[in-house]
Design a protein around this ligand. Structure first.
Ligand SMILES: Cc1ncc(COP(=O)(O)O)c(C=O)c1O
Length: 428
C-alpha cells in the first residue's frame, strides 16, 4: 500500500470498520483511575469518559479484585438469553444491582434491554405505543396484527435519544444525525432555555396533545446533554408530568446520559413527581428502563436475544458498592460544585473564552467561541474532553474524580485558556 505510515494506518482502520471519528488510540492497560493513556504513552485527565459512560475510572482495584476472585467467571464465559433462560439467582442479581437504584420500588418495575441507550429508548417508546394500543383496542387479539397505528412520540428540539430508527426520530440535536435516514416525522416542541420558553413550551405541548390524539408518549432528557447541556427547571418538568398524566400519555425521562452522573442516581429526583418511564444506560453499564405497573407488557412484546447482560449487571453491583463505600454521590456533587466555581473564576478573567458555566454534579458544560481550538489546547495540557451542542465543551469526569483532581484540572485548564486567548488574538 502507498502512502505514509499514518495514512496507511488510517486507511487500514477504515477498512476494518473503525471510523473517522476515532480521536485517540487508548492503552487500556496503562490507563488508571481518572487518567487515560494513549498508545504513544501520553497521559490525560479523562473528562470525556467514554462518552460519559465509565463510572469509576480505569482499572479500579475493586473491579480487578472481582476479576481475580473469579466472581464474574460464568458470565465472562457465556452470554445468556436472560429473557428465556436466566440463572436461578437472576432476581437476586437484579436486586443487588439496578434494583438498588430503583427510584421507588413501590412504584417501578425494571426492564433490561441490552447494552446501549438507543435500544433502551426504543423499547421504552414501544412500551408507550403498546399501552396506547391496548387502551384503544381493548384487547390482545393478535389476529389484529395488521393494525399499525399512526402513533408518535413527542420530543424536544435540542434533545438526543439515540440512533435507531425510533430513537433517532425523537432525536433533534443536530440535523446531521438524521441525514439520509427515513426517520418518522413525529411532533416536536422546543427544549426550553429559560422561564419564558418553559411557559411557551408547556402551552405548545398542551395544544399538541389536544389536537393530535396519536401522540403516545412524550420523551425528554432531564438535561439536554448532546444538545448543549440545556437545563430546565424542576417546575417545568413537574408541569410537563402533570400535563402528560392529564392526557394519559406516558412521560418518558431519558436518563441515559445523566444516570449516576448528577451527584445522585437520577437527575429527575429533584422534581416533585414520579415520571412514568425512566430510561438508563451508559454508567449503569446495562441499558433498560423503569416503568410503572400499568405499562407492563405481555410476553415477547418487548424482547430480544439477550434481554440484558448478566456480566454488566454483576459489574454494576460492584460499581454501586464502590460508590457507596466512597460516598461518591456526595463527593461528586461537592467536587462538581468546585469545578463549576473554578470555571466561573476563569470565566470572570477570560469571559471571551469561557462563559455560561452550568452543571449539576459531574454533568458540567460551558460555552466557548471555538470549541475545537480550546479542546486542542486542553489536550496539549493533558485534558481529554469533548463538545456538546455547537459552542459548548462538556465535562463528564468519573465519580472517583476528587478535590485534588479538581485543583490539577483547573490549573491545566487555566493554561489551556491562556493559550486559547493568545491563539484567538492571533487569529482575530
Ligand atoms: C440522552 C441519551 N439518550 C440516548 C443515547 C443513546 O445511547 P447509545 O449511544 O448508547 O445508543 C444517548 C447517547 O449519547 C444519550 O445521551
Amino acid at each position: 500500500m502507498r502512502g505514509s505510515p499514518v495514512m496507511r494506518s488510517v486507511l487500514t482502520s477504515i477498512k476494518q470498520g473503525i471510523g473517522l471519528e476515532t480521536r485517540m488510540r487508548v492503552d487500556l492497560s496503562r490507563s488508571l483511575g481518572i487518567n487515560i493513556v494513549d498508545s504513544n504513552g501520553k497521559k490525560y485527565m479523562d473528562m470525556y469518559n467514554n462518552i460519559a459512560s465509565l463510572p469509576v475510572g480505569y482499572n479500579h482495584p475493586r473491579m480487578l479484585e472481582a476479576i481475580r476472585n473469579g466472581d464474574w467467571n460464568q458470565h465472562l464465559l457465556q452470554r445468556q438469553s436472560l429473557g428465556v433462560m436466566p440463572t436461578d439467582d437472576w432476581d437476586k442479581q437484579i436486586d443487588n444491582s439496578i434494583g438498588r437504584i430503583n427510584p421507588n420500588p413501590a412504584t417501578y418495575d425494571v426492564k433490561l434491554t441490552g447494552g446501549c441507550g438507543s435500544v433502551a429508548v426504543e423499547n421504552a417508546m414501544k412500551t408507550a405505543f403498546l399501552y396506547k394500543a391496548r387502551n384503544e383496542y381493548c384487547r390482545t387479539d393478535y389476529s389484529l396484527t395488521n393494525i399499525a397505528p399512526p402513533y408518535s412520540i413527542l420530543s424536544f428540539k435540542g434533545g438526543f435519544h439515540g440512533r435507531t430508527l425510533g430513537s433517532l426520530s425523537a432525536t433533534r440535536s443536530k440535523p446531521a444525525h438524521k441525514w439520509g435516514i427515513p426517520a418518522f416525522g413525529w411532533p416536536m416542541s422546543i427544549y426550553p432555555t429559560n422561564k419564558t420558553e418553559e411557559t411557551s413550551t408547556l402551552k405548545d405541548v398542551e395544544n399538541q396533545l389536544v389536537n393530535d390524539t396519536n401522540i403516545a408518549g412524550v420523551i425528554i432528557e432531564p438535561i439536554a446533554a448532546e444538545g448543549g447541556d440545556i437545563h430546565a427547571s424542576p417546575d417545568f418538568f413537574n408541569k410537563l408530568n402533570t400535563l402528560s398524566t392529564r392526557f394519559n400519555v406516558p412521560l418518558i425521562v431519558d436518563e441515559v446520559q445523566t444516570s449516576l452522573g448528577t451527584g445522585k442516581p437520577w437527575a429527575h429526583s429533584t422534581w416533585n413527581c414520579e415520571p412514568d418511564i425512566i430510561v438508563f444506560s451508559k454508567k449503569t453499564q446495562v441499558g433498560g428502563y423503569f416503568l410503572k405497573e400499568r405499562y407492563r407488557t405481555k410476553e415477547y412484546e418487548i424482547f430480544n436475544t439477550y434481554c440484558g447482560d448478566a456480566l454488566r449487571v454483576l459489574q454494576l453491583g460492584t460499581i454501586l458498592d464502590i460508590i457507596d463505600e466512597g460516598n461518591l454521590f456526595e463527593s461528586s456533587s461537592r467536587v462538581g460544585g468546585n469545578i463549576t466555581s473554578g470555571l466561573n473564576i476563569i470565566s470572570n478573567i477570560f469571559p471571551n473564552i469561557i462563559s455560561n458555566v452550568r452543571g449539576e454534579g459531574f454533568i458540567i458544560a460551558f460555552d466557548t467561541p471555538s470549541p475545537q481550538l480550546l479542546l486542542k489546547n486542553m489536550e496539549d495540557n493533558g485534558i481529554f474532553a469533548s463538545t456538546c451542542g455547537n459552542t459548548s465543551i462538556r465535562l463528564r469526569p468519573s465519580l472517583i474524580f476528587n478535590d485534588n483532581d479538581c485543583e490539577i484540572f483547573l490549573d491545566k485548564l487555566e493554561l489551556a485558556v491562556i493559550n486559547s486567548n493568545r491563539d484567538k488574538s492571533i487569529y482575530d
